[in-house]
Design a protein around this ligand. Structure first.
Ligand code: GLP
Length: 265
């Protein structure tokens, strides 16, 4: 795992966007795993900017989102399908038929989990999975005690997640209590994980995820099991990390990071 700390949210988002852009340029038919949440809005704005200003080409890119709420129509402005269209897909040259989210309106949640896993396999697996970390320590909606080998399935959301995300709903009581999410095992099968974490409210959970003991109580700790992980965070989210000096040294000295050292705003 590598951890890169950038000064601001904007700088961290730029770096993550540049890493994704480099991967798309190296493999135009990239299979990209996507995440939602406030943190990702900044990153998606940067990807849209790269598409507009540097002709970043999404025409062959295929995407799979981590999760979707159960019971919301795709047109519902709180669904993750709506979020993705609104923040990214409507503004880039992606073929929407190549964009996938679990079907939150399914009558067969188990079958939907299997179908989603098969669709990922048929696409050849995920090349880069983008991840945020929820304050409950989840990746996707893998709430505490999600098995580290879990697959795509429906999960009940914790009170903390409901409290965190219900602010996004005009009527907070409308926030679904369940979601379909890729499992921790599904996420760990991606070739590479790119984790973006910003803001002081995430400092404690980021330190647990990166440096704490691996436990299904904090599904984000499972990223420690993956051989190819880049964590990009801002100064505010980094304050509880104990290995900061070493992480900075790697970023400032390892040749692979040279093209990214001056990226920022
Ligand atoms: C939701 C998503 C997660 C995301 C998390 C963090 O719960 N299911 O994939 O990482 O939110 O969101 P935010 O960036 O808004 O803190």
């Amino acid at each position: 795992m590598q951890v890169v700390v950038r000064p601001t949210k904007a700088d961290a988002s730029w770096l993550a966007a540049r890493l994704i852009a480099a991967a798309i340029r190296a493999k135009p038919q990239l299979v990209l795993g996507l995440a939602t949440g406030r943190t990702m809005e900044r990153l998606y704005a940067k990807l849209v900017q790269l598409h507009r200003e540097e002709a970043l080409d999404f025409s062959l890119v295929r995407t799979f989102n981590l999760d979707e709420y159960i019971g919301l129509l795709p047109e519902d402005e709180n669904s993750y399908r709506y979020y993705m269209n609104h923040h990214l897909f409507d503004h880039i040259n992606i073929d929407k038929r190549n964009t996938h989210l679990p079907d939150g309106m399914t009558q067969d949640e188990k079958g939907e989990g299997r179908r989603y896993e098969e669709a990922i396999s048929e696409a050849g697996g995920i090349d880069i999975q983008l991840l945020g970390i929820g304050r409950a320590g989840h990746i996707g909606f893998n709430e505490p005690l999600s098995a580290l080998q879990s697959r795509t399935r429906s999960k009940a959301l914790t009170p903390l997640t409901i409290a965190e995300n219900s602010g996004e709903f005009a009527d907070s009581a409308r926030m679904p209590r369940r979601a379909i999410t890729m499992g921790v095992g599904t996420i760990l099968e991606a070739q590479r994980l790119l984790v973006l974490v910003t803001g002081e409210t995430k400092a404690e959970i980021l330190a647990k995820a990166v440096e704490g003991p691996i436990t299904s109580m904090v599904s984000a700790t499972a990223i420690q099991l993956h051989p190819n992980v880049q964590v990009v965070c801002d100064e505010e989210a980094s304050t509880a990390l104990s290995g900061r000096e070493y992480y900075d040294w790697i970023f400032n000295n390892e040749p692979e990071w040279a093209p990214y050292r001056d990226i920022g705003e």
